[in-house]
Design a protein around this ligand. Sequence first.
Ligand SMILES: [Zn+2]
Ligand SMILES: [Zn+2]
Length: 186
Amino acid sequence: MAMANNKTHCFICNTEKITYSCEGCSKRFCLTDLTEHQQLLREELNHIINDYDQFKQRINERKQNPQNLQSNSLLKQINQWEIDSIEIIQQRAQNCREIIIKTSETFIYDIEKKFNDLCEQIKQIHKENEFNEINLNYLTHELIDITQELNNPSHISIQRDSQSFINEISIISSKRIEKLYFIRGH
Ligand SMILES: [Zn+2]
Ligand SMILES: [Zn+2]
């Protein structure tokens, strides 16, 4: 019983034996249970290594296909913005084209109407056989006027606005590493 001095209770089997302290958990174990304890720790380490390996595999998979759910969603938003913006531009271009076509039609119609009025006057003069230099002068100048009008339709032009009617988009990043890069870059 004199030997009992250097014996303490083992944390696992609770018997009085020569025990060894584990520095990690500060508990004391008999040699058998210390070996068991170390075996458990080794198994836990293996689990952790396994988790690390799995994580490494996930990174490699991501490298093969870097698009994740979030970037897919962001790309979708950019695509949608592209489609919407193109649609707005096409709509605006179509409106302008329709205005040009309609205006041109009206323009020709107006000139033709003026021309028909003048023809009517010529017919009248011819029929009545009553005219002088004033009439001839008038008819000549009217024809010059409408010829000029037909050749140079200056009543319509295109104006380009410097202000965009498309909603612009940009990418905002709040990642710390990019801020660091930005600071280092300057
Ligand atoms: Zn024990
Ligand atoms: Zn321990």
